[in-house]
Design a protein around this ligand. Sequence first.
Ligand SMILES: [Zn+2]
Length: 67
Amino acid sequence: MTEPSRFPAPPVELPTDPWLIEGTPVNGCDVCRALTRQRKAALDRGDRSKAFEAAAEIRKHPHRRRS
Ligand SMILES: [Zn+2]
């Protein structure tokens, strides 16, 4: 965006509650892998609410295994 940069290097803003973006993807789970990628992409562009969403999905995912 076109925000006037008054500071040479603004510090990276960290989430207030780190657990909000936590979520352990399960190996071999395609959904988890996709969500992990979404979470990282969201964090990379500073979209923390999207990252929270993706993390929450990972946490509540049933992780159905393919047999
Ligand atoms: Zn999963």
